[in-house]
Ligand binder design. Structure first.
Ligand code: ATP
Ligand code: MG
Length: 716
């Protein structure tokens, strides 16, 4: 046919070609990792434009991240030239919805110049509402309410749509009331939050036939990548837009659904064929990305999941190396080892840009950042802040800097009212005036001002108390280790308490980061040494053109590929996460396993999994157990390396002898007790790590950071 002589399409395999050329009617492309789904979708976009089936502005194309949109724009650009620059409707759900909402804001009571508020603003607003209604914010934290509201919005629910059960989800039946109050308040501020972008647009399309028709006319074609991670509100929105012409093409992989915690529903794949009758389902089975060994390892692992649509994958690539599983002694060795491997690959001709380290949780990046600084290896952290730039870390460093150097005004400004002490911007202003007049630093001014009548008594007392704290901490700093000092300061300043009171996943993550900061500090004898190290790390941002190793979370790596992938921290409690284990349900563990599948399938040539036998917490060694996912990898496609006796094979033996030990433990002890498991498990862990200096049975969790008793530091 004419199409097959088109170089654009020639490079594709037959099912891909079918997906590109089936331009009319609903198409569902369901296929495993690396089978060229995104490539086919990109070509389809180019084909629609080149064949003049639509103007670029008449195609709605949804990607999962802004970066993915940028990449697709680039790739299509290569195929069709500058026409792609006028693709206003290529982007994420949020960016597209925001653009639409600007045009119709008045329909939901907003003006077109509405502001989009961030999470901080959202929380502040909710707190105000909670206080205004006389509710105890300690008991019913704003974060909990924010979580509920996000969930409702992800499901396309307006306040009036909540059922009794949902209403109960906050403050004994006040969910609906607060949701409504919040929406009213936003409207009065001419603002909306992230979740509103889609919900408002959905409401508009539902209520206003004219607007709906206008968009149905406009969008001749609708396309969606990473469809398995769409949530309810996104699905409903898509369905409304596409149901007119029915020209909708979605691509996805049920095994890569990793965002259910943000409301994504795999069920949307199953719904699709029902809502769009006559859907052409296209399956791609040839994987072009990974070697057979990597593919087999990933497929073997994911086959442990029970809830799957199932699929076949094959590849013509050279077999390649088996997946390597390396057992190391501890966290620092893990970072050292990966650093060595990276340098070895570089000597063999690989470039840093072809390598990635994918972690389960943000806090894991710290160990690598520190190591890579030390050996001068360029790295970049994608999709998150570099460790020392995160808010809670900067706060902690702010305290430490004021202790080390009381003239550090920037640091002082950062923390004088963090956590909240009721010192507003007025107080700071007064402080500045006084400091300038007397030519002294803010911290010194705070002491003087506490003796004057320039401030209301309460503010003076607060400043006085804070400066007393600082004086004490400064004394302490000469007698205790920097890490202990940090713990004292975080506890006594109320910072830890404030985070704990939030009781959210995000706050738990921040506590984990602080625990990780303390761990990093264990290696320094003086506070000065440590702060110097940090300023060097912070300054390391190399010019952007240089080649860098990518460090990112597995979640952020979705859709990407690298020649060489390193997967550290494959230990129970890190990956699968402690949270997933605690929840104990099949669903959360299967989601973790899908995440493992995503992680392994990012690798083109080599995949290296690492687990450490020990992690240091509070300067004490905690033994860890290799992830169950290590045992689930098909043995034929894996080589195990370890410097320690026993190693993963011991674990494997224990596993098969006892079945899944975690099922029992999780049922019997639903709280964070995994590392205090049954006797055999303890034995396995100890044998695995033959001679650690001090094995203590603590849990590796944020809770333990916070639970550290105050008295044992600083006072002795
Ligand atoms: P994921 O599920 O991880 O998002 P995917 O299905 O979207 O993967 P792509 O990223 O589109 O897969 O493609 C994987 C790799 O295979 C890319 O490097 C791409 O260039 C290559 N590829 C895709 N189709 C073909 C083809 N027909 N011939 C050769 N290489 C191809
Ligand atoms: Mg893809």
């Amino acid at each position: 046919s004419a199409a097959s002589s088109d170089p654009l399409i020639d490079g594709l395999n037959p099912p891909q070609r079918e997906a590109v050329l089936t331009t009319e009617g609903p198409v569902l492309m369901l296929a495993g990792a690396g089978t060229g789904k995104t490539a086919a979708l990109t070509t389809r976009l180019a084909h629609l434009v080149r064949a003049r089936l639509a103007w670029p502005s008449e195609i709605l194309c949804v990607t999962f991240t802004n970066r993915a949109a940028r990449e697709m724009r680039e790739r299509v650009g290569h195929m069709v030239g500058p026409a792609v620059e006028v693709m206003p409707w290529l982007g994420t759900f949020h960016s597209i919805a925001a653009k639409m909402l600007r045009r119709h804001a008045e329909l939901v009571g907003l003006q077109s110049n509405y502001t989009i508020i961030d999470t901080d603003d959202q929380l502040r607003l909710l707190k105000q509402l909670i206080q205004a209604e006389g509710l105890d914010e300690k008991r019913w934290p704003a974060r909990q309410l924010a979580g509920c509201i996000d969930r409702w919005k992800n499901r396309g629910l307006n306040p009036a749509d909540l059922d009794a059960g949902e209403n109960e989800a906050y403050a004994n039946g006040k969910g609906q009331k607060f949701y409504q109050l919040y929406q009213d308040r936003l409207k009065a501020l001419n603002a909306c939050d992230f979740g509103d972008l889609l919900l408002h647009m959905l409401n508009i399309l539902r209520q206003d036939r004219e607007v709906l028709e206008q968009y149905r006319q406009r969008f001749k074609y609708v396309m969606v990548d990473e469809y398995q991670d769409t949530n309810q509100v996104q699905y409903l929105w898509l369905r409304l837009l596409a149901q007119g012409r029915q020209n909708i093409c979605v691509v996805g992989d049920d095994d890569q659904s990793i965002y259910s915690w943000r409301g994504a529903e795999v069920a949307n794949i199953l719904r699709f064929e029902k809502d769009f009758p006559g859907t052409k389902v296209i399956r791609l089975e040839q994987n072009y990305r990974s070697t057979p060994q990597i593919l087999a390892a990933a497929s073997g692992l994911i086959s442990e999941n029970s809830e799957r649509l199932g699929k076949t994958l094959w590849t013509e690539r050279h077999p390649g190396d088996p997946v390597r599983v390396i057992g190391v002694w501890d966290g620092p060795e893990e970072a050292r080892r990966i650093g060595e491997e990276i340098e070895r690959l570089e000597r063999e001709g690989a470039t840093l840009a072809q390598m990635a380290i994918l972690v389960r949780a943000q806090y894991q990046t710290r160990e690598f950042e520190d190591r890579f600084i030390q050996i001068g290896l360029n790295y970049r952290i994608v999709g998150g802040f570099r460790f020392y730039e995160r808010a809670e870390i900067r706060d902690a460093l702010g305290y430490l800097r004021v202790i080390a150097q009381s003239a550090d005004d920037l640091a002082f400004e950062r923390i004088y009212n963090t956590p909240k002490r009721g010192l507003g911007s007025k107080a700071l202003e007064k402080l500045h005036v006084h400091a300038r007049r007397r030519g002294i630093p803010l911290a010194a001014a705070a002491i003087e001002i506490a003796d004057s009548d320039e401030l209301p008594a309460r503010a003076r007392n607060t400043f006085l108390a804070l400066m007393r704290d600082f004086a004490r901490w400064r004394d302490t700093s000469s007698t205790v280790s920097p890490a202990d000092l940090l713990r004292t300061v975080m506890d006594e300043s109320g910072y830890t308490d404030a985070l704990q009171a939030e009781k959210t996943a995000e706050a738990a993550g921040r506590l984990e980061n602080l625990a990780e900061l303390a761990r990093a500090m264990e290696e320094y004898d003086t506070l000065g040494d440590f702060l110097e190290h940090v300023s060097l790390v912070m300054d390391n941002e190399a010019a952007d053109e240089t080649e860098k190793v990518t460090i990112m979370t597995m979640h952020a790596a979705k859709g990407l590929e690298f020649e060489h992938v390193f997967l550290p921290g494959w230990e129970e409690g890190v990956f699968p996460s402690q949270r997933a284990i605690d929840e104990g349900g099949l669903a959360s563990l299967e989601e973790e396993r899908r995440l493992a599948y995503v992680a392994i399938t990012r690798a083109r040539r080599r995949c290296t999994i690492i687990h450490a036998a020990n992690r240091r917490i509070y300067g004490q060694w905690t033994s860890s157990i290799p992830s169950r996912f290590v045992a689930e990898l098909p043995a034929d496609h894996v080589v195990q390396e370890t410097t320690m006796s026993g190693g993963a094979s011991l674990w494997r033996a224990q596993w098969s002898e006892h079945g899944d030990p975690f099922a029992d433990v999780a049922r019997a002890q639903p709280s964070r007790t995994m590392t205090r498991g049954p006797g055999w498990q303890r034995a396995a862990a100890q044998e695995y790590s033959p001679a650690p200096k001090r094995i203590v049975e603590t849990t590796r969790s944020a809770a333990s950071f916070a639970a550290k008793p105050r008295r044992d530091v600083g006072t002795g």
